[in-house]
Design a protein around this ligand. Sequence first.
Ligand SMILES: Cc1c2[nH]c(c1CCC(=O)O)Cc1[nH]c(c(CCC(=O)O)c1C)Cc1[nH]c(c(CCC(=O)O)c1C)Cc1[nH]c(c(C)c1CCC(=O)O)C2
Length: 342
Amino acid sequence: MPLIAAATGGSPARRPVWFMRQAGRSLPEYREIRAGRGMLESCFDPELVAEITMQPVRRHDTDAAILFSDIVVPLRAAGIDLDIVGGTGPVIASPIRTAADVASIPRLDPAAVGAVTSAIGSILAELPDEKSLIGFAGAPFTLASYLIEGGPSRTYEHTKAMMLAEPELWHTLMGRLTDITITFLRAQLDAGVDAMQLFDSWAGTLSKSAYEEYVAPHSTRVMAEVAEYGVPRIHFGVGTGELLSSMTDVGADVIGVDWRIPLDEAAARVGHRVAVQGNLDPTVLLAGDDAVLEREIDRIVAAGRRAVDAGAPGHIFNLGHGVLPNTDAGVITRAVELIHSL
Ligand SMILES: Cc1c2[nH]c(c1CCC(=O)O)Cc1[nH]c(c(CCC(=O)O)c1C)Cc1[nH]c(c(CCC(=O)O)c1C)Cc1[nH]c(c(C)c1CCC(=O)O)C2
C-alpha cells in the first residue's frame, strides 16, 4: 500500500494521495444519496457509510478511503445530545461548563458504534488491496471545544476560561473525552482499518505552552493506547505550524500540515522524525485554472521531495484542510492524476 509505505519509510509504488473531506458535498453522487437524510443519521447507517466512503475512491482513484463519519459520532453514540447542522457543524444541546456537566459525560460502549465497525467490514471487502482505509477520531481538545462552546467558535473563550481558571475540572473533562476517543479508535482498529488520523483541528488556537500543559498529556494517552496495533498514526490540526513538534512528541508517525508552512520546513521543525502529510491550499482547487493547479501541485511535490531528501520517512499528498463543498469533482480527479504522474 503506497500510503503505508510513505508513512513508514518504505518505497511507495506511486506517490500516495487522498484528501480530507474527499467524501462529501463536492460529489454529485454524495449529494444525491444524502438528499433528505440527516448527517448523523447517515453516520449510523452502515450501508450508507460504506457507500459514501467508497464514492471518492471509485471516482478519483485516491490511494486511501477515509471512513465517512464525524468527530462527534462517538459523543452521540455515548448519549450526548447534539446534532450536526448543515453549513454550521456540530451543535450541543447543553454546553458542558460545570463540574456537574462534566460528571454527566457518559462512557462509550463499543457496541454503540457497531454501525461504524460493520461498515468498515464492508469497505474492506470492496477496497482494492493497494488502497488503505483510514479510520479517525477527534482529539480530546477539539471535542472539548465543541462541548464547552456548544458549537463552532472563533475565540474559544469558554474553553480557554475552563482550561486556565479551572485546570482540575479541565483535566477531568479531557480524561473522559480521551477515554471515549480511545474506545472509538480501538473499535475501528479492531475492525481492521489500515491507518488512523487524530484530528485536533482547532488546536492551532492554543499557545505552545498551553498545548503542552493542557492538551498534550491527553493526546499522548490516546496515541499510546493505540500503539500496539502498529498502524500509522497521523496527527493533524489547522494553523499548527508552531505546534508541529509538540504534536509529533505525543506519539505521531505522520504529521499533517496545513497550507501555511512549506512541507520541507515543517519536516525540519519535527527533526525529520516522522513522515509529512499535506498541504495544498483547498482553494487552489477552486481557482478554475489548470495552469495554477499544475504550478501549485508542483510546488507541493517539490517541497515533499526536499523533505524526504533531508531525511523525512515519506510524503503523503493531501490538502492543508478539507475539500471545500463548492469544489468541482472533475478538478479533484485531475489533481489526483497530476499528483500520480509527477
Ligand atoms: C472539525 C471536524 C468536524 N468533523 C470532522 C472534523 C475534523 C476535520 C476537519 O478539521 O475538518 C471530521 C470529519 N467529518 C466528516 C469526515 C468524513 C471523511 C472525509 O474527510 O471525507 C471527517 C474526517 C464528514 C462530514 N462532516 C460534516 C459534513 C458535511 C455535512 C453534510 O454533508 O451535510 C461532512 C461530509 C459536518 C461537519 N462536522 C464538523 C464540521 C466543521 C462540519 C461541517 C459543517 C458544514 O459545513 O456543513 C466537525
